[in-house]
Ligand binder design. Structure first.
Ligand code: SAH
Length: 276
């Protein structure tokens, strides 16, 4: 489904400053899905979420000294891991002032304040000159964008020719059954999402914006456990969630997480591309 209005930066911030901190008490500083190798993999939330960051890091293949744009940086945990792994400089953007403050504090605490800066900016209208980054990633932020194609155009603009892009994103996988549609609608209505992307939409939008060497992997099977694990984790702080959103909504959020974990239409992709 498509919300009849696009989520504003304020709507997105409302999620990450509202229920976000409650989820974070049980999920940790990575505001994204976990990656499990297979059913036998019993990695913890921390290990599985860091593993997804490591997949993004290897996909980005950034070189030491490069300048990387982190589109939708959260509280900066993935950016700091990227810097430690690749010795790059990162500029992170988010539409939450609270996240800017937390990410900045974390960079300072890690002794990386000179390598990582975070600022409030809308990916739909990036305050950066053309060709000013060597690489960019959007780590589970694209699902919130009112117009993904436009964000990809902005990303192509601020990347230099040859610059690499990596994206991890929650997507819709067709064909969508009526039961699947109910779950996808719940996601859109409750997590500031206008519509979920698809592999096909990404392929077209990347090509239309001059990205080449596009490699898209459907990693739904590796990450879908996230929702079940998160449901169990959030269950332990149900009272705090209910204080914020009410009993009924807390139940609905947790129930839909469990449902989403077993709904094949609720998918996830990882992609890399190069700006021509
Ligand atoms: N990449 C981080 C956070 C993912 S949560 C991590 O993996 O931990 C999604 C992030 O996207 C949030 O920081 C949110 O503020 C950001 N975001 C959503 N819409 C945005 C927009 N239009 N412009 C910039 N950031 C946006």
């Amino acid at each position: 489904m498509t919300l009849d209005h696009s989520p504003s930066p304020n709507d997105v911030a409302g999620i990450y400053e509202g229920i976000g901190p409650v989820y974070r008490t049980v999920w940790g500083p990575n505001i994204h899905y976990g990656y499990w190798e297979n059913d036998a993999d019993d990695s913890s939330i921390e290990e599985a979420t860091d593993r997804l960051t490591d997949l993004m890091i290897s996909g980005l293949a950034a070189q030491a000294g490069q300048r990387v744009l982190d589109i939708g940086c959260g509280i900066g945990h993935p950016a700091l891991r990227l810097i430690s792994a690749c010795d790059v400089n990162v500029v992170g953007i988010t539409v939450s002032h609270d996240q800017v403050a937390q990410a900045t504090e974390r960079a300072a605490a890690a002794g990386l304040a000179d390598r990582a800066t975070f600022q409030f900016a809308d990916a739909m209208d990036m305050p950066f000159p053309d060709g000013s980054f060597d690489a960019a990633w959007a780590f589970e932020s694209m699902w919130h964008m009112p117009d993904r194609r436009h964000v990809l155009a902005e990303t192509a603009r601020v990347l230099r020719p040859g610059g690499r892009l990596a994206i991890a994103d929650v997507i819709e996988r067709g064909p969508v059954s009526p039961e699947g549609r109910v779950v996808l609608d719940h996601i859109c209505e409750n997590y500031a999402v206008r519509s979920l992307g698809t592999v096909d939409e990404y392929q077209k939008a990347l090509a239309a914006n001059g990205f080449v060497d596009v490699e898209i992997r459907d990693i739904s099977d590796n990450v879908s456990r996230t929702l079940a694990v998160m449901a169990d984790a959030v269950e332990t702080v149900r009272d705090k969630l209910a204080d914020l959103v009410g009993e009924e909504q807390a139940t609905s959020l947790i129930d839909f997480m469990r449902l989403s974990a077993v709904t094949p239409e609720s998918g996830y992709l990882f992609l890399t591309a190069v700006r021509a």
